[in-house]
Every structure is written in C-alpha cells, then in structure tokens.
Write a protein that binds this ligand. Structure first.
Ligand code: RAM
Length: 935
C-alpha cells in the first residue's frame, strides 16, 4: 500500500484568497513497508473537482521531493479556484491519485478592487473609548447563482454577517500586521449563506490593534484615529455573468449595543439596545446614517497570510467564595480567551467580569501581578454587560481578549451556577505537532504548561504575555522559536510575522523591540501625546519613539537577532528556502547594523587592551560590540534579589552607559555565522565568504578578550558560559574549562538555575553535550526556586515570566503567562527523546534520533508530526536493558545514535549492517518504518 494524503497549498488545507502566482504544494505519504522513498511524482491541476479539464500535468517527475513543489500550470488569474491531486511512485509501487485539494486565488491587481474605503464615524473623541459602528447594505441575488465570494478588510477589526449568519469562524480579522505597509484582506466563500432574492450584509467594526490599547503603556491610536471598512461581494452566475456589490456611500451605519470594545480594557455591552434584524434583509434602516467614502488607498493591501484565530478548548469553572466574600470563577487553566456567559435578570442590571491570573496569598482575586507602575489604564480585562431582561441571554466579547484563569464576578443575578459560564481559549489555530511524556509527572505538567503558554501567546503574532503588554517582543520570539516548532506547525505564522519584522526595520538596519511597534505609526498621535506631555517618566528617560526612528531601547542584542535566528530556525525545521529568500536582506541589514555599531568606540572601555591591540591590521575593539542599550540576559534570578535602587541603577546606568559587550558580541558572532549559512544556502558565495570570515574574526576576538584559560568568563555567572558553548564561540583548547566552570557555578547554586531569558534554552543542552549529563537532568528535575519545576509545584498551569513570579512566601512578582522559559522543552524533544533536524537536509527530510537517559526517568516518549509524517522516539528501562522504539516516516531517513558500548554493537549488526561504535554511541542509518531495539 502506498498512499498520498494531507495535501496542502502554502502549508494550508484548501486556502482561499492566495496572492502568489507560484503557490507551494506539499503532501505526505503512507506506506506499509519499510524503507519507502518517493521515487517520482505526478501532479495534475484542474479547474473542476472531477478533473475533466486538466490545466496542468507535471508528468512523471523523478524526485523524492514531496514538499514545496511549485505550481507550474497556466498563469493564475485573480479569483480562480484550482483543484490539484498527486500520485507517486516508490521503488516498489505506484499509488492511486490522492483525494483532490484546492486553492483559490485572491485579488492580484489593484484594479480588481471595485470597493471603496468607507468610514462610518463622524466626529470622535480621540481619548475616549468608543462604541463599535455597525454597517449594513442590502443586495439582491438573481436566479442561477454559481458562486459568491466576499473579499474584505478593515482598519480596526471586523465581524461580518450574511443574512444574519456570521460569515466566518475566524476571529480578529484582518489580523495584526504593520498596517501602514501591509494590511491583509480575507476571502470567503459565502455561496451557502446567500439566497435568491433579497440579501443583507452586516459588518461590525472594533478598535483592535488599529486604535485600541496596545503594549505595556496601553497606548491608543497607534495606527490611526478612525475605523474604516473595505469589502466587495462577487456573485457569479450560470450564464457566465458577474455582479459586484462593493462598499461605497450606499452603505449605512449606526451604533449598536457594543459601547466600548478594547482588546485590553475589555467590552461594555448594553443588551437593552440590541438592534433586532439589523444584519438581515428587509430591515428598516431609515434612521441609519450614510457612511463617508475615504481616500485610504489600496497599495498596502495584501492577501491574508494569517493562520486563522479560532475558538478552541473550553473550560468549566469551579465557583469560589473568596475570604473577602467575593464570587470568583476558577477555570483551572490559565488561557487567553474569554468567557461565554448565560444570564437572566432584570433589565439594566450591570454584570461585571474581571479577568485575572491568580489569587493572592490570602486567596482573594487580584490583578496586582499584572500592573505596571506607569500603566494608568482605567479598566483592565473587564466585561460590563447590561441585561436586556427578556429571558436567557448569551454573551461573549466581540473584539476583546483576556489572559486569565480566574474571573471576579460582580452583580450576577440569582444563583451563580457553573453551567452558565464557559471559558474559551482563543488563538491562531496551528496544527499541534508535538508531544512529550515521561515518568516524572512534574515534567509532564511542565510540557503542558509550555504548550499552554504558546497557545496563550500565539494569537496573530508571538507576544510576550496575553495580559500586561501583549507585545510582539522580538527577543522572546527568537529564543522560543525552536521550541515553538516542536509543539505546533508555526511556519506560516512566522513567515507572516517575519515579513512585518522586515517591514518595520529601521533604515540603518536596527530592529525594534516589538513588532509591530505599538507606538510609533501614527505621527499625528505621537505629536499630540508629546505636546500633552502625558508621559513624564518616558520623556525624562528619553524613551519617546518617533515614527521612522529607532528609540534608544530598540536594537537590543538578542532581540534584534530575531531577524536572523527565526528564518534560520524555520529553514532548519521546515526546509523552506522561501523564508531565507524573503528575509535575507533584512537579516543582512541587521548584521551590518551590528557591524557598524562595533566600529563606534565606548568611552568607558577606551583604556582596555582591545582598544590598543591590532591584529590583521585591524583594531580588535572594532569587533566588540560595546555600545548601546541592551536588555542583556534579562531576568536572571539573582537580579530579582536586588533592591529596587540597585535594579534601577543597573538598568538605567549600567545598561545605558556600560552597554553589555559580552552578550552583544556573542550575538554579533552568532548571527553573523547564521547569516553566512543562509548565504550559502541561497548561493550567495560572496556574502557567505564575507560573513564567515567576519564570524571567525569575532570569535577570535571573543576568545581573546572574554574567555580566560580558567573558563571564568567576566563576572562568573552561568549565562555567559552557557552562551559561549551554545554559540560555539570557544576554541577547542578552552572549551572544557568553560564547561567545567559552568558546572561548578551550577553546583555553587546548589543545582539551581541562574540564567535569564537568553541562555535558559541552552543550559541543559550544553551541560549534556560537554560531559555533565547527570547535572543537566538534576537541573531539569530540580523543584525548588529557581527552577522550571518550582512553578509546577506551585500549581502553575502556564510558564511564568520570573522564576519566582510567585515567591516561596506567596508574593506576586510578575506575569504568569510568559512563554520564554518554556524553551526548555526543546531539550525534552531533541535531547531526552533525541529527535533532531539536520541543517544539511532540513525539514526532517533526514534527522537524528539521539536519545538520552538520566535523572529519575524510567521512560520517555515523544511524537513529532513533521511535514513528511509522524516521527516517534521513545525509550524505557526494562530488566533486559533500555528498550527503544522509533518511527521514521515514508520518504525520510534517519541516523540513529543510541547510548551503548562495543558489546552492544555486536548484538545490533545483524539487524543494522552499517552499525558502528562512536564516542559512547551505536550509530546506524535507517529508512522509513517502525523499529524496536533493546540495548
Ligand atoms: C518585558 C517583556 C518581554 C521582554 C522585555 C525585555 O517587559 O515582557 O518579555 O522581552 O520586557
């Protein structure tokens, strides 16, 4: 049996509204025998599902490629649907044709847009929360309709309805991008929602990221002041004719029950003023106002690249009466989402829901862990619902989202019953690809927590936390990106976001802290706010951002490197050169920016030897990045032990004046190396040579000035040693000393972590790889603070921002849903279970199975759904030794490396003829199939 399944176009099942004329096609193979490789494929494309008219036939193509085949049929036109199917040949068999898949193109040309941008609002108060405008239009459909499509977008967020039915399950459209440069539109098949005769389209607009509160400061009006809508419906008839209903000044608008709708602050909904039938035909809209046509252009429009945001898991609450007498709903899991509520009561009763992550030490509801000193937001994560008074009412927010596990419920009429409340997790619906379990239940909970932090923070863009800031912090995203691929297929998610990283890159190559930037897009607003001088703290620190200019906090080492590390990582895990091509100029500009920074001297270091030593005719100091502000390792545990005066001093004096040459020079080297590898893949020989030479030079300088022979790097902390090893910055002769010193400092901390954001993902890898496997497991299983499992023992259901976000004394110090430290899970997948992609044959076309036993673990097992199919690796201690099981999908190969000795080799050579013994492991190659080995 040989079967082709899971056909995807641009990594999506049956996508609508593509804007590429050369979509990427991919499929998986299922086979019941071992060692199956695809020997050839044949793709057929047709305009109909029955394949009567084949418009493209690739013919039999000898190739083992089953991903990223480029559609090569007749040039694609706007609004075209293409069906495609595949058959393959292995060396033994020929498959049947697969089930057909399809893709549909969007609007390729600006001239395809017949719609005009319309604005529903008149005068608005720039500072106030505003009601959500409702927009409507009726249209008629003739007999013989074949298809109906809707293409639409908004400045703000939109919901739309056809004849009273919601047009899509996708939420938070048009998504979050750098709107002024890239504004996505969506395409929908609405054929089944339309009817012959009179029809109606209804649209509600929300503030969203366009003008609602953004980022840590809750800054409003980031992209603009007014909401706007653009949309058209295309009706196609049997006789070949076509009609377009396009947004124009015949659309009408009014306000409805959503009186305030802000992503962060929340929603105010007055059910008493709901408008019955507003989104259905034959509604009397005589009292509605006409919209105004605006001159917003079409240039920034792009077809959607978003992974749709959807309602996912649901949770029922436990009802608590807290010591202070309040009613609190505990949903048991920290999520990003909202609560669906059923309520019945007297008209006008104001029910309030306030969403928070935790209870305080006394067991009362609190938001104290989420507030920022300068965050003067009046409301935070609140729903205010005014009851209509006509039987059972159902409600959930429209354009708001909250990070929470607990909800403080106020003024709910009658008995509070669990059945009337459901928490719903809302996030970008990426395919879940990975799972890991082992014999230590605390580690299993850690895995669950990391996965939930990913879900809670991957809505449209990768954010730091779904509560306080909700910002696309570049550092958090880069350090977690590798682990993100273990849990979910994040390729398209990152491909889209990286395009925004490039779009927002400053002219000098500097990369912002957060993308999209939550401050600087609306020039008028920046000027208005500065003139009001409402932010004295920000102004006094000189942190104000100006459109088009980097602030002094932008371009931090380890944060800006997202421009290089993420595309490189996506290539490693998905094998798609496209992201390298698209991001190459941006990655190169970032490396060149760092390079330019290193050429500027820092007065504070001018007496150090690097400023007086030349090698190869160049001043050594010009390869050390010792200028500018950097966030640095960020949130090392002993940093949180500092007094606030010390911390402020460290932050605003040391970081601003002394910079952080150790961290920034390491990243400068690392990103330069990755860039040279990207150049090699893209065939840019000159760049490859240039940057690999530069990397070697930086490494040399780094060795000379930062790594003494005894391995004690600068101020002798865990992070620099980890980073030096992880980025391969140390010459062989000093490598063991650096590892030994790291092990000593870990021991000095009584086997506790003292790493922050940047080096935490690597510490277990570098210990295990440099002779300290037992220590790695001991750290992994440590459960007192600071450690990964400490939070688990404290009942965490997500990953915390600080190692002690809840201190052993019960004090609250930070967010409870920051995914960064969850990056340790990569060690579980790639270290403990040992499933590792290989850069030379990326995307798991070839991979390693290199498992590791240690600590108290008696078994471990991981599953990873690669683009080729399911990879599995598990092991278990048995009486007869360690029993291994692994699964290699069709059309891939793996190198297996099992811990063992010479004797083990003999027992294996019969089954695996090429098996050899190397450095404590038995190594052999396998093709697809399932394998069981006991050593
Ligand atoms: C915090 C954010 C983020 C981090 C920055 C430096 O406020 O939550 O996680 O990257 O600061």
């Amino acid at each position: 049996m040989l079967q082709v399944f899971d056909l995807q176009t641009e990594y999506i099942n049956n996508p609508m509204g593509l804007d590429t004329k050369t979509p990427r096609l991919g499929w998986k193979l299922k086979a019941d025998r071992k060692n199956v490789m695809q020997q050839a494929y044949q793709v057929q494309a047709s305009v109909n599902e029955s394949f009567i008219d084949v418009v493209w036939d690739s013919g039999k193509v000898e190739s083992d490629q089953s991903q990223r085949i480029i559609y090569d049929g007749p040039e694609l036109q706007s609004m075209e649907r293409i069906y495609w199917r595949v058959k393959v040949w292995s060396h033994h068999e020929e498959s049947e044709y697969s089930q057909p898949a399809f893709f549909e193109t969007g609007l390729f040309e600006v001239s395809d847009w017949k719609a005009k941008w319309i604005e529903p609002e008149g005068e608005i108060d720039l500072d106030a929360y505003k009601p959500a405008p409702y927009i409507r239009k009726e249209f008629s459909v003739k007999k013989g309709l074949v298809s109906a499509r809707a293409y639409m977008t908004a400045k703000g967020l939109y919901h739309f309805y056809i004849n009273g039915t919601e047009g899509t399950d996708d939420l938070f459209n048009p998504g979050f991008t750098s709107y002024n440069k890239r504004l996505q539109y969506q395409a929908y098949d609405i054929t089944n929602l339309t009817q012959e005769g009179q029809n109606a389209i209804g649209i509600i607009l929300g503030d969203g990221w366009w003008r609602g509160s953004n980022g840590a400061m809750g800054t409003k009006n980031c992209f603009g002041y007014k909401l706007a809508f653009l949309g058209q419906i295309v009706l196609k008839y049997e006789d070949g004719s076509q009609e377009i209903i396009a947004s124009d000044d015949s659309f009408k608008t009014s306000y409805g029950p959503i009186l305030k709708s802000d992503l962060k602050a929340g929603e105010l909904f007055d059910a008493r003023i709901e408008i019955d039938g507003w989104n259905k035909p034959n509604f009397d809209d005589a009292s509605w106002r006409p919209v105004t046509i605006s001159d917003n252009g079409y240039e920034q429009l792009i077809a959607t690249r978003s992974v749709p945001v959807r309602c996912k898991e649901q949770f029922a609450p436990e009802i608590l009466i807290t010591p202070n007498g309040e009613t609190v709903l505990d949903f048991g899991q920290n999520i990003a989402g909202w609560v669906e509520m059923k309520v019945q009561g007297v008209a006008g009763t104001e029910v309030v829901l306030i969403h928070g992550e935790t209870l305080d030490r006394e067991g009362n509801f609190t938001l104290s862990n989420l507030s920022l000193p300068w965050n003067g937001e009046e409301h935070f994560q609140e729903v205010h619902y005014f009851i209509k008074g006509s039987g059972i009412e159902r409600y959930r927010p429209h354009f708001a989202i909250f990070g929470f596990r607990y909800v403080l419920l106020k003024n709910y009429p009658g008995e509070v019953k669990a059945e009337n409340f459901t928490a719903v997790a809302v996030y970008s619906e990426m395919e879940e690809t990975g799972d890991f379990t082992c014999s230590n239940p605390l580690i299993n909970q850690l895995v669950t927590n990391a996965r939930w932090s990913q879900k809670g923070n991957f809505l449209e863009i990768p954010i730091d936390c779904p509560t306080r800031e909700r910002a696309g912090w570049t550092g958090d995203a880069q350090l977690y990106s590798r682990t993100a691929t273990d849990f979910m297929n994040v390729y398209t998610f990152f491909e889209k976001w990286m395009a925004d990283v490039a779009a927002e890159q400053f002219a000098n190559g500097c990369i912002g802290n957060t993308v999209p930037n939550g401050f600087a897009h609306n020039k008028e607003e920046r000027e208005r706010i500065s003139s009001q001088n409402t932010d004295p703290l920000i102004a006094s620190l000189g942190l104000e951002e100006k459109p088009g200019e980097a602030s002094i906090l932008d371009g931090s080492s380890g944060w800006g490197d997202a421009a290089v590390i993420i595309p490189w990582t996506m290539y490693l895990c998905y094998g798609d050169k496209n992201i390298l091509k698209q991001q190459y100029q941006s990655a190169k500009a970032w490396v060149n920016y760092m390079d330019a920074c290193t050429k500027t001297a820092n007065e504070h270091y001018k007496d150090t030897p690097a400023y007086h030593t030349y090698s190869d005719g160049e001043l050594d100091a010009t390869f050390i990045w010792d200028t500018k502000f950097h966030w640095g390792e960020w949130l090392e545990p002993d940093f949180s032990e500092m007094t606030s005066v010390e911390a402020i001093n460290e932050f605003f004096t040391n970081r601003l004046t002394l910079s952080d040459p150790l961290v920034s020079t390491a990243y400068y080297a690392y990103s330069t190396r990755l860039l040279s590898e990207m150049a090699a893949i893209l065939g840019r020989k000159e760049d490859e040579d240039k940057y690999s030479k530069l990397y070697k030079k930086i490494k040399k300088v780094y060795n000379q000035y930062f790594i003494p022979d005894n391995g004690i790097i600068l101020n002798d902390r865990q992070a620099p040693n980890v980073r030096t090893l992880a980025f391969d910055l140390v010459y062989e002769d000093k490598k063991q000393a650096v590892a030994d010193r790291l092990a000593e400092i870990v021991k000095e901390k009584d086997y506790h972590l003292n790493t922050g954001f940047l080096s935490t993902p690597f510490i277990l890898h570098v210990l295990a790889d440099n002779g300290y496997k037992d220590m790695a497991f001991r750290l992994l299983e440590q459960d007192t603070c600071p450690s990964w499992l400490y939070a688990v023992t404290k009942g965490a259901t997500t990953i915390w921002e600080n190692w002690d976000s809840v201190t052993p004394d019960g004090d609250l110090t930070g967010s409870l849903n920051h995914y960064s430290y969850g990056a340790v899970c990569d060690f579980l997948f790639t270290g403990v279970a040992g499933i590792r992609p290989v850069f030379e044959k990326p995307g798991y076309k070839h991979f390693l199975i290199k498992p590791l036993q240690g600590g108290t673990l008696t078994h471990a097992s991981a599953k990873y759904e690669s683009l080729y199919g399911t990879i599995e690796s598990s092991w278990e201690m048995t009486d007869k030794g360690v029993s291994y099981q692994f699964v290699v999908p069709a059309n891939t190969t793996a190198t297996v490396m099992l811990p063992g000795n010479q004797n083990d080799l003999e027992s294996l050579v019969t089954a695996f003829k090429d098996a050899t013994y190397y450095d404590g492991r038995i190594v052999f190659e396998v093709g697809s199939g399932e394998y069981n080995v006991t050593l």
